[in-house]
Design a protein around this ligand. Structure first.
Ligand code: NAI
Length: 351
């Protein structure tokens, strides 16, 4: 009889359990759900499990990798797209890592545009005013997006959808930047790839959709901010560390930034996804950020749609099933995937 793998799932909420339980009816895996995030200290709980399932703020440090490997974990199944939280060199050759590359790029793209529209038309402020019977418009003026320029950094699945919504939908001029340009797609929409500096100088709206890598950490910093137009809107639904938050705060204080819509924050691990309304926030940078009327922070919720949660559960459990059934792993990642040493193309698995 086929061995059904056992899975330890860290950092779960009731909604994760609901969607995974529903999809798992087809697989019958044993899944143990933990509420706690993964830490160096609780990695040992994975002893006896075949796989662990992790989310964006579960960090696989070299220490955790060592504990998992000696505990007999064979697979790390990420239930997210980004994998900057995994120290890939530490697990290479010992534990395979799979992810969900695209669960709903529409969910993230639509939330990106929601942040932009809310900030531009001050919906977040109007909501509070009208509840207090304050029907004044003073301070709520926005601008037409039509005819303005949007710069999209990272033109993968999400960045392209955002470009299409803003360009084809709203009639914005679209500038793109990506080290791997999708030339045909851009040409078919009359969008242009430009050097980063041009994108910074010419855009009225800048939206970040590249992964967090050593090259993109603090991509938005003092220097890049100084190149941007006064009044620029910045939207980040990528990863928090793409922005040097202290530099952003300085630029907001100077009045250089028109607005910032942030679904991610560089130190979000301590706070996001949890209710801290009864506590004192210790993070002064986050606290300062939240004082600006032209900053809108959401708690890493861009992915959070019914469709995305269904796709996440389906792809994650399929990845696990593929692994334990000995099939190729189309969603496997390793730190050598760009190099000839990665064996995925020949064998269907990175190592
Ligand atoms: P993707 O892998 O389809 O596209 C990423 C693109 O960024 C690629 O075209 C790549 O060439 C480009 N890129 C890499 N380095 C770059 C650089 N230095 N400058 C500019 N572009 C660069 O990824 P996808 O699905 O579009 O997701 C993008 C990011 O969105 C993910 O890496 C993840 O961090 C974030 N994300 C956030 C979610 C949320 O709920 N807020 C949910 C899902 C993803």
């Amino acid at each position: 009889m086929k061995h059904l793998p056992s899975i330890l799932m860290y950092d779960t909420k009731p909604y994760d359990r609901e969607f995974f339980e529903s999809v798992n009816q087809r697989y019958g895996f044993t899944i143990k759900y933990l509420s706690d995030r993964l830490t160096d200290d609780n990695a040992i709980l994975a002893k006896g499990y075949d796989a662990v399932c992790l989310f964006v703020n579960d960090y696989v440090t070299p220490k955790v990798a060592e504990v998992f490997a000696s505990a007999g974990v064979k697979l790390i199944a990420l239930r997210c797209a980004g994998y900057n939280n995994i120290d890939l060199p530490s697990v290479y050759g010992k534990i395979h890592v799979v992810r969900v590359p695209a669960y709903s790029p529409h969910a993230v793209a639509e939330h990106t545009v929601a942040l932009l529209l809310a900030l531009n038309r001050k919906v977040h402020r109007a909501y509070w005013r009208t509840r207090e019977f304050n029907f004044s418009l003073t301070g709520l003026m926005g601008f037409d997006l039509h005819g303005k320029t949007a710069g999209i950094i990272g033109t993968g699945q999400i960045g392209r959808l955002v470009a299409q919504i803003l360009g084809d939908g709203f009639g914005m001029r679209i500038l793109l930047h990506d080290p791997y340009p999708a030339g045909e797609w851009a040409a078919s929409h009359r969008f242009s790839y430009v050097p980063l500096e041009t994108l910074y100088r010419e855009s009225d709206v800048i939206s970040l959709h590249c992964p967090l890598t050593p090259q993109t950490i603090h991509l938005i910093n003092d220097e890049s901010l100084s190149l941007m137009k006064k009044g620029v809107f910045i939207v980040n639904t990528g990863r928090g560390k793409l922005i040097d938050t202290k530099a952003l705060i300085q630029a907001l204080k100077r009045g250089h930034i028109g607005a910032a819509g942030l679904d991610v924050y560089e130190e979000e691990t301590e706070y996001f996804f949890e209710d801290h309304s009864d506590t004192h926030i210790q993070d002064d940078v986050l606290a300062r950020l939240l004082t600006f009327p032209n900053v809108l922070v959401t708690s890493h919720q861009a992915f959070f749609t019914r469709e995305a949660l269904t796709n996440i559960a389906e792809t994650t459990l399929k990845n696990i099933d593929d692994f334990f059934s000995g099939r190729s792993l189309e969603n496997e990642i390793c730190y050598q995937c760009d190099m000839a040493s990665c064996r995925k193309k020949e064998t269907g698995r990175c190592f």
